[in-house]
Write a protein that binds this ligand. Structure first.
Ligand SMILES: Nc1ncnc2c1ncn2[C@@H]1O[C@H](COP(=O)(O)OP(=O)(O)OP(=O)(O)O)[C@@H](O)[C@H]1O
Ligand SMILES: [Mg+2]
Length: 238
C-alpha cells in the first residue's frame, strides 16, 4: 500500500484539515502517515482555537513516519514550524496546499510564515495548489504586479507546477482549475459549479493529488482524478 505523509492541522468537526486528508487518503486505498502542526477547534462557523504543536515535535512526527511515497502539506502555522518541516521532510513528490485562511475566513498563516513557505518549501514543490485569494496574497508578498508575474516568481523559486483552483469565483456557473508549468503551458480543468457548501474541498484535492502522485500518475491525470473525487463528494454532500 502506498504511504502518503499528511502534514497539517486537526479539524474537530471532521470537515477539513487532517480529518479530510485522512478520509481522502484512506478512501483512495492508500495509507496515511500524519504529522500534526496544530490542534484546532473549528467548524462551519469559524476557527475557535488554535494550539500549535512545538516545531521539534512536528519534525519528530515527520521523521517517525519513515519512508513515504508522497507528501501533502496543509496548515503550517508559522515560520518556525515551516523551518522544522523543511529540515525533516523526506524526498518524495510534494504537494503544497498554501493554507493561509480557513474555509470560513480565519487567518491561519502570518506574513513571516508565508515568507518562510515561499523560500524554504515552494522550491521543493512538485505542485503548489493556491486558490485565487492565496495566489493574490502570494503575488503581494512577492511584489508581483499581477497573477502572471506571481506565477513566474514561483517558478523562479523552483516550484515545478502550479494548480490554481477556481472554487473562489462564485459569479461563474463553472469551476475551472488551471495547471501551469514553467515552460509556459497551461491546461484547463473545467466542470459545472456544483450546488451545496462543502468544507475542505481544497484539502481533499491536495491529498488526492498526493495519492495519485504516490502511485506514479502524471500530474494532469492526478489533477483529473482528484477533481473527480471532489465532484463525487458534492454529489453526496458528505
Ligand atoms: N462549487 C463547486 N463545484 C465544483 N467544484 C468545486 C466547487 N467549489 C470548489 N470546487 C473544486 O474544489 C477544488 C478545491 O477548490 P477551492 O477553490 O474550493 O479550494 P480551497 O479554497 O483551497 O478550498 P478550502 O476552502 O477547502 O480551503 C477545486 O478543484 C475546485 O474546482
Ligand atoms: Mg484551501
Amino acid at each position: 500500500m502506498r504511504r502518503v505523509l499528511l502534514v497539517g492541522g486537526t479539524d474537530s468537526s471532521g470537515g477539513a484539515g487532517l480529518a479530510r486528508d485522512v478520509a481522502t487518503v484512506t478512501g483512495m486505498a492508500a495509507h496515511p502517515c500524519i504529522a500534526v502542526t496544530a490542534v484546532t477547534a473549528q467548524d462551519d462557523a469559524g476557527v475557535q482555537a488554535v494550539h500549535p504543536v512545538p516545531p521539534d515535535v512536528v519534525a519528530a512526527q515527520i521523521r517517525a513516519a519513515g519512508r513515504v511515497d508522497a507528501i501533502k502539506l496543509g496548515m503550517l502555522v508559522n515560520a518556525d514550524t515551516i523551518g522544522a518541516v523543511a529540515a525533516a521532510l523526506p524526498r518524495a513528490p510534494l504537494v503544497i496546499d498554501p493554507v493561509l485562511r480557513s474555509s470560513s475566513g480565519a487567518a491561519l498563516l502570518d506574513d513571516a510564515g508565508l515568507g518562510a513557505l515561499l523560500s524554504l518549501l515552494v522550491p521543493r514543490a512538485t505542485v503548489l495548489t493556491p486558490n485565487l485569494p492565496e495566489l493574490a496574497a502570494i503575488a503581494d508578498r512577492d511584489g508581483a504586479p499581477d497573477h502572471s508575474a506571481a506565477r513566474r516568481a514561483l517558478f523562479a523559486r523552483g516550484c515545478k507546477a502550479l494548480l490554481v483552483k477556481g472554487g473562489h469565483a462564485p459569479d461563474r456557473d463553472f469551476c475551472e482549475d488551471r495547471l501551469y508549468l514553467p515552460d509556459g503551458t497551461m491546461r484547463r480543468f473545467r466542470g459545472p459549479r456544483l450546488a451545496g457548501t462543502l468544507r475542505g474541498t481544497g484539502c481533499q484535492l491536495g491529498s488526492a493529488l498526493a495519492v495519485a502522485l504516490a502511485g506514479g500518475a502524471a500530474l494532469p491525470d492526478a489533477v483529473a482524478r482528484a477533481r473527480d473525487g471532489v465532484a463525487r463528494r458534492f454529489a453526496t454532500q458528505a
